[in-house]
Design a binder for this molecule. Structure first.
Ligand SMILES: Nc1ncnc2c1ncn2[C@@H]1O[C@H](COP(=O)(O)OP(=O)(O)OP(=O)(O)O)[C@@H](O)[C@H]1O
Length: 386
């Protein structure tokens, strides 16, 4: 499958525009498994699109090697750089450029019709292939409609059908759902995943939307500054972030500083003393008594008790109704914790509350990455006032 080795792409400085050089992709290596949906996730500017464009052949890397099966697509050492249109990859980008003057059928057939004569399928075969992908993306009943008369979601499926009709060994998807409204985007996530799985096509998916990445991917590479910060299954990335950056970027983690008191009396993990009380936290690493650590806890792994008093007592500072729950921002001294409760619970601002932790709620962040504590304050709740 796709193998990327030591990929580098630096955009040179531009003195006129007063721009410094940017290492958009910095020594990136990764190997995809056949049939997987592999997501590159990260904030704007972390190098996701540049990596994808290098694979597509739309961007020339400075160094590295890209191979697909036993075909070398790019190698700086061997001076190989296969043209984009010779790589035979399927691509769906954010702005899915459909041809407005053609109907749905022609939009899909066209890439086959313009293939070089010796590899071009017969007219009959083109028809069969187009009808098959129309079926897959469930647009068969709209084959004769003008592409511009389709809804956003239908246009998106059309773009996908046009990529699939080429029967590519690898599908490259760059934020293909970002132009759709929230409801449609959610539906398309599952549809896209179903299509990709049913067809058994390997896909590289680029997004900055962590929910999308968690919902769709077999594996996620969280990227930062042109490098992969963590690579793993969605559950691993969410449950066991290995750096502060990943914990903060995926979901809406809380962070609390503390000190190791000793091993937990039961099971694995350590007892951590914090300014607000003690808590047990799991860890993939060894720690000694007195170690300063940072623990992370998910908003949905805590609950609130209005019979306040004792350790972990704070005050509700703000709330936001999210539909499937209520985010309570609880102020404990200098720290604000985001606690997600069931939608039936709404505790008024100013109420003293005690924060309770589920078993295995807390994990010690190994902290391989940077990010100051100040930047790790929970973001404002997104939702309407509860
Ligand atoms: N043609 C270019 N010339 C100069 N700098 C560029 C060029 N293309 C990208 N960059 C820079 O390279 C870095 C990585 O960009 P890239 O588009 O790969 O990021 P991204 O993670 O896909 O971001 P986004 O989610 O905003 O698309 C950014 O700092 C960007 O400004």
């Amino acid at each position: 499958m796709l193998k990327i080795k030591g990929l580098n792409r630096t955009f040179p400085a531009n003195k006129k525009l007063d721009q410094a050089a940017v290492a958009a992709v910095d020594d990136l290596s990764v190997e995809l498994e056949p049939g997987e949906l592999f997501t590159m996730l990260g904030p704007s500017g972390c190098g996701k699109t540049t990596t994808l464009r290098c694979v597509a052949g739309l961007e020339r890397p400075d160094a590295g090697e890209i191979t697909l099966g036993d075909r070398v697509l790019f190698s700086s050492e061997r001076k190989i750089d296969v043209d984009a249109n010779q790589r035979g990859l399927g691509m769906v980008f954010q702005s899915y450029a459909i041809w407005p003057h053609m109907d749905v059928f022609r939009n899909i057939a066209f890439p086959l019709e313009i293939m070089p004569r010796k590899s071009r399928p017969s007219k009959k075969e083109i028809r069969v292939r187009v009808e098959r992908v129309l079926d897959v993306v469930q647009l068969g009943h709209l084959a004769g409609r003008r592409a511009t008369d389709l809804s956003g979601g239908q246009q998106q499926r059309l773009a996908l059908a046009r990529a699939l009709v080429m029967e590519p060994p690898l599908l490259l998807l760059d934020e293909p759902l970002s132009n759709l409204d929230a409801k449609l985007r959610e539906g398309m996530r599952f549809e896209l995943k179903r299509l990709q799985r049913d067809l058994g096509v390997t896909a590289v998916y680029v997004t900055h939307d962590q929910v999308e990445a968690l919902a769709m991917s077999n594996r996620i590479a969280v990227m930062r500054h042109g490098r992969i910060e963590q690579l793993g299954k969605p559950r691993e990335i969410y449950g066991s972030p290995t750096t502060r950056f990943v914990a903060d970027f995926i979901g809406s983690a809380n962070f609390i500083e503390g000190q190791v008191v000793g091993p937990a009396p039961q099971g694995t993990g350590f007892v951590i003393r914090t300014a607000f009380g003690e808590v047990t936290a799991g860890s993939a690493q060894e720690h000694t008594v007195g170690d300063g650590v940072l623990i992370t806890v998910r908003p949905e792994s805590m609950s609130l008790d209005t019979a306040a008093g004792g350790d972990w007592t704070g005050e509700v500072a703000a709330r936001a109704f999210l539909g499937d729950g209520v985010d309570h921002m609880v102020k404990l001294g200098e720290v604000t914790l985001r606690v997600k409760t069931s939608p039936r619970i709404s505790i008024p601002d100013g109420t003293p509350v005690r924060v309770l932790f589920e078993d295995d709620a807390c994990a010690i962040v190994p902290d391989g990455g940077g990010g100051s504590l100040a930047s790790l304050e929970p973001r404002e709740p997104v939702g309407s006032p509860a």
